[in-house]
Design a protein around this ligand. Structure first.
Ligand SMILES: Cc1ncc(COP(=O)(O)O)c(C=O)c1O
Length: 431
């Protein structure tokens, strides 16, 4: 508490990213190990936030630590090509065959941002269609209808025109966004057809999880692929959160849909700053200077040697046989357990999970769209979330429409212990 108070006088909110803020105050971590965080007061906390997604092997996995140490000893920045990036990209291409060529960035935000530029250059058009409620990174073009303040939200509709999220965004930027409702196929098709002549790309989180967690239903992604192909519009999958998380080949493997461009980050860097985007060769080669010009892409820290070493070690570990069935199993164990406990305690919830990614929504209705997420009971969630923390479980992104992850370090024992604590938290809510 003292630490946070002091920190708040120096750093807005005492946090380095708004998402980390929650009332009464976040705990302060000192170290992480496997599935655990240890705070500055000596508490041992089972971690389901996992750095907001990247730590699929758990904290300080020995293979990652070893790779990082070795790289630090050799040097961390060179400003010239190094040996590992092409080896890394070969793994990415094997996992996601839609990626023929790839460029590194430092984050998911930069990956999606540059992919939009590639799409605009390729098509000669400017508008981008994004889903209502989706998050693709904190830059102006995509800070549209990420969330909608209560006073600007049009109720009783499935989707509304772009609403800037937060202040400081130029008004004209909103005109470049077209908003569609994820999982509402008729409205999505209608909006995309109406704007087709001006759309450079449709960007989609294949699982709506930047905010919340909603799986695609009724062949939604396949329909999106068919429609964009028919209309000659590029389809970009933002797999920052789902890449190497919901399957080795990401959501595109899980749902059998091949996008034109893909963005990855989070798990791809194994806990270090690494992102990137890739796709068909002819799209990616537009980055290179030629007579017709080029699509600018740069970054001092792109393919930072330590990050690539950590990412490479992580992907190598993940590529071992049985990895994703283990993750699927432990994700199902956690979220099925939560479904049962909530039901037994008489607490209305909708529990969504796609393998090791999931969320507990406090609502008596099914959550199949972003608009459904708006109906969750924030007060109940807060009671549950804080009760869990006080007993030693940090259940994911600290917001009622967040999401949580399991890692390979979450053994059955750890999950059983977590379920005991989380059941106690349901009991508190029921009371
Ligand atoms: C789906 C999605 N896209 C993009 C981003 C931005 O990634 P980063 O925070 O690495 O910039 C996030 C971050 O949470 C995300 O969940």
């Amino acid at each position: 508490m003292d630490h946070i108070q002091k920190s708040k006088s120096l750093i807005p909110g005492g946090v380095e990213s708004n998402i980390r803020l929650f009332d009464p105050h976040p705990f302060v971590s000192r170290r992480g190990d496997g599935p655990y965080l240890y705070d500055i007061d000596g508490n041992k906390i089972i971690d389901y936030a996992l750095g907001y997604g990247p730590l699929i092997l758990g904290h300080r996995h020995p293979k990652v630590v070893d790779a990082v140490k070795k790289q630090v000893d050799r040097g961390s920045m060179f400003g010239s090509p190094t040996e590992l990036p092409p080896k890394y990209v070969e793994i990415v291409r094997k996992a996601m065959p839609s990626i023929e060529m790839f460029r590194f960035t430092n984050s998911g935000c930069e990956a999606t941002m540059t992919s939009l530029r590639v799409a605009r250059a390729h098509s000669g058009k400017e508008k981008i269609a994004k889903a209502e409620g989706s998050y693709h990174g904190g830059y102006d073009y995509m800070m549209q209808s990420v969330d909608i303040p209560e006073d600007k939200l049009k109720k009783g509709v499935k989707c509304q025109p772009p609403v800037p999220w937060g202040n400081g965004l130029p008004k004209c930027i909103s005109d470049l966004a077209v908003i569609y409702p994820f999982n509402e196929w008729e409205e999505t098709e209608d909006i995309i057809r109406k704007n087709a002549d001006e759309l450079a790309a449709v960007i989609a989180e294949p699982i709506h999880a930047g905010g919340g967690c909603v799986a695609p239903r009724d062949g939604y992604l396949k329909k999106l692929r068919k429609l964009t192909k028919e209309l000659g519009i590029l389809l970009i999958f933002d797999e920052v959160l789902t890449g190497f998380r919901v399957a080795w080949g990401g959501a595109q493997e899980r749902y059998g849909v091949k996008p034109d461009l893909t963005c990855i980050a989070k798990v791809a860097g194994g806990g270090y700053q690494l992102g990137g985007f890739g796709g068909r060769k002819e799209l990616m080669e537009a980055i290179l200077p030629c007579d017709e010009g080029f699509v600018y892409h740069g970054g001092t820290y792109n393919a930072h040697a330590v990050s690539v070493a950590a990412g490479y070690a992580t992907l190598k570990e993940l590529s071992k046989s049985g990895t994703y069935s283990k993750l699927e199993r432990n994700g199902n164990m956690l979220f099925n357990g939560l479904r049962d406990h909530a039901k037994d305690r008489g607490v209305d919830t909708w529990v969504e999970n796609i393998g090791s990614l999931g969320e507990v929504f406090f609502t008596d209705k099914e959550v199949r769209t972003w608009r459904d997420e708006l109906g969750v009971d924030g007060a109940k969630w807060e009671r549950w979330f804080l009760s869990a923390i006080s007993e030693g479980v940090f259940f994911g992104v600290p917001h009622p429409d967040g999401h949580a992850f399991t890692s390979l370090a979450h053994t059955d024992d750890v999950i059983e212990k977590s379920l005991e604590i989380l059941d106690g938290a349901f009991k508190t809510v029921a009371e």
